[in-house]
Design a protein around this ligand. Sequence first.
Ligand code: AMP
Length: 398
Amino acid sequence: MSTRTVLVVNSGSSSIKYQLVDPDAGTAIASGLVERIGESSGNVKHTYGDQTVKRELPVPDHAVGMRIVLDLFEEVGPSIHTSNVVAVGHRVVQGGSVFDAPALIDDDVVEKIDALSPLAPLHNPAHITGIKVARQLLPDEPQVAVFDTAFFEKLPAEAATYAIDKKVAAAHQVRRYGAHGTSHQYVSQEVARYLDRPVGELNQIVLHLGNGASASAVKGGHAVDTSMGLTPLEGLVMGTRSGDIDPAVVFHLYRNAGMSIDDIDDLLNRRSGIKGLSGENDFRALHDMIAAGDADAALALDVYVHRLKKYVGAYYAILGRLDVLTFTAGVGENDDVVRARVCEGLEPLGIVLDPERNAGRGGPKVISADGSPVTVLVIPTNEELAIARQSLAVVEAR
Ligand code: AMP
């Protein structure tokens, strides 16, 4: 049998990211990106093997964008028609309380994703557009929706519930949904594989530290808490998001700073976090600024690390016993300074880092010292592969 592939699609409001994945080998065969859809000029990039094609051309809508992608597969390779595509897997940000697992897409599933749009107004409508276009252009391939929230859908009620008037919460679907679930699930399973231990016997904390950042507590393969909430704004300090703040900050700014709700939304999502404190959201630039003596950058890193330590402590207490602490995503995989700072002083909790193992980028690797009661790991995340494998499993279970 020829290699099976899954086309993974992440359709945003003005972009389409895609990857053709070999789910069995765990490799990306081709990948690309269509950006600035709907603007006067768009950017397209497609990579296959050592060939990368870049174009600048108007992409008026997602249908045209997807058509361009499929044409690039034919022109640059590999042909979609001869790639044995067994599924198209769509990343969907918000699955609400409706989806606790990936779903084979039909009209009913599309309607349910659409109905969840008030909870993810920027994302779910864009996913629906991408799904509709892909169903039209690839009508013979089964399409699967993989939800960023699914891993957290079964959070214990005490972790999922906000302590607000329960009637208001129920009427408006206000609960903690989490996000980055595909990554947390994938990484927690990879941890078990890497350590050659059953996931069912491990108590884990996973720190997904990318431009967005989230922590999860995973007991026996099931999430028992996570730092993102109704939206990805809650929790850790991120590249441009504040993470946890007193909700009264919103009232204060609305009442006293002449800011509208949309202004405050923009402030907390796009002008806060590391960027808000230092002017930069990339950790490489942040370290350069700190090395040059920038006090704001130093404080930004201090605030970031302080919040992370709080979550490690909190999830340790929720789990009762901690076996593995794992760093993943752009910062988690590459920034040994952040990892060292987070673990510093946690030796009494059994978290003992080995500075030499911690040094440098990439993984998978153990970075704790021999004999450290808690094993500390760096495990690269791979959301596209996780989506491909989940999509394949849905198709095979039909
Ligand atoms: P992600 O969202 O997982 O792609 O992570 C992106 C972020 O990872 C960037 O904004 C950087 O802050 C961070 N990052 C990437 N490479 C490095 C590196 N070599 N050292 C430190 N941080 C890095």
